[in-house]
Design a protein around this ligand. Structure first.
Ligand SMILES: O=C(O)CCC(=O)C(=O)O
Length: 288
């Protein structure tokens, strides 16, 4: 089933291009939509029990178990904006969700790869009225010391997310395979610390009349899967309740390591340029 989604944000009204909405089990169609649009929305694919496991993990992560944890300081923000990365070794419920739930088998087909390797987990919590916690347009790939196209972000909504605060995607922006400069999340007007100047600057997506923006409201347990080259952004959280998501990032068999400056979350000292990334930090989870 293809669906159209009204774009209620960005000051543009009317309908945008098709945004594939799939129920669990519509495998081939969902993969085809992901391949074409660079993003797909799977409805109701994480059960209430597994959402409970993630919540256990959040409690542990926010109480100090996650060592890669940051609170973003934003002037005038009433609510806290925090994130945790690469916590699965310290936060047992995250480990359980990543390895023991149906998640790996759900995500693997989207990579169209003989292998499935865990890259990192990411928890993002925009608490009530963290209205300044906007996420600028960016490609995840711009931050990674990786070469290759088979990299997916599998992002599970943990709260009801109305379209006003939902992620937005520039449809098809993964296909040219171009990696643009990285945006600075905390101070968007300044350069990102590992900026690669040789890359093209981020285009003005909000003012591109030909760019199709995809967005949809989400319920807890819905999952967005997008390619690391797909541009996406999100507004801050104006709601009077939490807007949280837990994502797991996977890589496939065309991905190799590139020994360039990047944050520690994405690097491993034992890897050299051109290596496959499978190692203790980035474990191989499935292979044919
Ligand atoms: O959920 C958000 O607001 C941003 C998430 C995101 O951009 C990411 O995980 O790459």
């Amino acid at each position: 089933m293809r669906d159209t989604v009204a774009l209620e944000t960005k000051g543009i009204s009317g309908e945008v291009a098709s945004f594939f909405i799939s129920d669990a089990g519509q495998g081939d169609d969902a993969v085809a939509a992901y391949r074409q649009d660079g993003v797909v929305c799977l409805r109701n694919v994480v059960s209430a029990d597994w959402l409970g496991v993630i919540e256990e993990g959040i409690e542990a992560a926010l109480s100090g178990a996650s060592t890669d944890f940051d609170v973003v300081k934003i002037d005038g923000n009433e609510g806290r904006f925090s994130f945790s990365s690469q916590a699965w070794k310290q936060v047992e419920p995250f480990r359980r969700f990543i390895f023991d739930s149906p998640l790996p088998d759900l995500c693997w087909p989207f990579l169209e790869s003989d292998t499935l390797t865990l890259f990192y987990d990411f928890l993002l919590v925009k608490e009530a009225r963290s209205s300044g916690a906007a996420t600028p347009w960016h490609q995840d790939q711009a931050y990674y010391p990786l070469k290759g196209t088979k990299v997916v972000n599998c992002w599970t909504a943990l709260d009801p997310i109305p379209v006003e605060t939902a992620l937005r995607f520039w449809r098809g922006s993964h296909t040219p395979g171009i990696v643009y400069q990285a945006a600075n999340f905390e101070r968007p007007s300044e350069d990102y610390k590992h900026l690669r100047h040789e890359r093209p600057p981020i285009p003005d997506i909000d003012h591109d009349p030909n760019g199709e923006i995809l967005a949809t409201a989400l319920a807890p347990g819905d999952m967005l899967i997008w390619n690391s080259h797909t541009f996406h952004s999100a507004p801050g959280n104006e709601l009077d309740r939490r807007r949280a998501a837990f994502s797991v990032n996977w890589v496939g068999d065309d991905v190799t390591y590139e020994d360039v400056p990047a944050i520690a979350t994405y690097r491993d000292a034992g890897l050299n340029t051109s290596d496959r990334i499978d190692c203790d930090k980035f474990p191989l989870v499935r292979s044919v």
